[in-house]
Design a protein around this ligand. Structure first.
Ligand code: TXA
Ligand code: MG
Length: 318
């Protein structure tokens, strides 16, 4: 679908951002709730709007790599190679923060999450605002991220001075988050829209965050719909199928026993599945409170991020 926002709309929203207000804007991953990253009072409004604890840091969004030195310093060589290869795109890098980045943005950590989004509207907005934009996903804390304006929560919209509609997000899951250890080796903090296989072509085997490494956003319960209970299909008593809905990649004939079946991608394409994931969860939740059984997808490419989000929706992610 074509972006529906106009240049005038983007200009107005950019002015509101600069003035300290919140703006909902599209990125290629999910919609973001943005504030001027240099304005602690504006950033505080993000935490209030989402009901998000202040120990959970925000990603700073840039429109151009030239802005990077205002946010980060002593950037590991491997980080620069990743930025060159994958920005603009669904990759967030955790880098040593530059002085001047408000504590609230980083939750007091000495690293800052940074990314250059690919969505043309996001970049036009950040360019027009002329400031780096701190933005989490535009959902209430622990709810499912919105990938369409239609799925935005009313309380979030009420807190925003502008909502820019860019149509459905092309990737559909949040960015992959990568940090670096003391030796400059890459550490995977969150599975996301950039598949691990693509990253590892440059980084070699990614490390897992070690004990004591701050990954504050990795709370187990996350991406949960408001009403419907989500459970893994293997945990479901088969007798319950007529009273349960199913979310799967592709249906098989036996799935007719379910009250309702939603296919993430009838052709089995994991990119389509990622794009549909949050919209389907949001829609299923709006439609009824019947429980939803989820069937994991093949764990290659974007499938790893899809399974991560499905497991978190059941409360079993790790
Ligand atoms: O695709 C995305 O990343 C979207 C769009 C809007 O860009 N944003 C997003 O932001 O998903 P949020 O706040 O919902 O998730 C950011 C994640 C959180 O888990 C947070 O804890 C982690 O990144 N994070 C941010 N800065 C960090 C830091 N300095 N150290 C460790 N984790 C960090
Ligand atoms: Mg989020």
């Amino acid at each position: 679908m074509e972006p529906r926002s106009t240049v005038i709309e983007i200009g107005r929203a950019a002015a509101r951002l600069r003035a300290g207000d919140l703006v909902v804007f599209p990125t290629e991953t999910v919609y973001g709730l943005g504030a001027n990253a240099g304005d602690p009072r504006a950033v505080a409004r993000i935490f209030e709007a989402k009901g998000r604890p202040r120990f959970n840091p925000l990603i700073v969004h840039l429109s151009d790599i030239d802005q990077l030195h205002t946010i980060a310093r002593e950037i590991p060589a491997l980080a620069l190679r990743l930025a060159e290869a994958f920005w603009p795109g669904p990759l967030t890098l955790l880098l040593p923060r530059a002085p001047g980045v408000p504590d609230l943005v980083t939750a007091g950590l000495d690293t800052v999450g940074v990314r250059i989004p690919q969505h043309p509207v996001a970049r036009a907005l950040i360019t027009a605002a002329g400031v780096p934009v701190a933005a989490p996903s535009a959902n209430p804390y622990q709810a499912v991220s919105p990938t369409r304006v239609e799925d935005l929560d009313k309380t979030i919209v009420a807190c925003a001075a502008a909502v820019i509609d860019g149509g459905p997000c092309a990737v559909g899951v949040e960015s992959t988050v990568v940090g670096f250890d003391d030796s400059g080796r890459a550490v995977l903090h969150r599975l996301g829209g950039l598949p691990v296989e693509e990253l590892e072509r440059i980084t070699g085997a990614l490390l897992a965050p070690g004990p004591g490494v701050a990954s504050p956003g990795r709370g187990t319960r996350h991406y949960s719909p408001a009403r419907a209970k989500i459970l893994l299909e293997p945990d479901l008593d088969p007798g319950r199928r007529p009273h349960t809905r199913l979310l799967c990649l592709r249906a098989i004939p036996e799935d007719e026993a379910y009250a309702d079946v939603r296919e993430l991608s009838p052709s089995g394409d994991l990119r389509d599945a990622a794009r549909n994931l949050f919209t389907m969860l949001n829609t299923l939740d709006r439609e009824s409170d019947l429980p939803i059984a989820v069937r994991l997808v093949p764990a290659t490419g974007l499938g790893a991020a899809i399974n991560d989000r499905l497991l978190r929706a059941t409360g079993a992610g790790g």
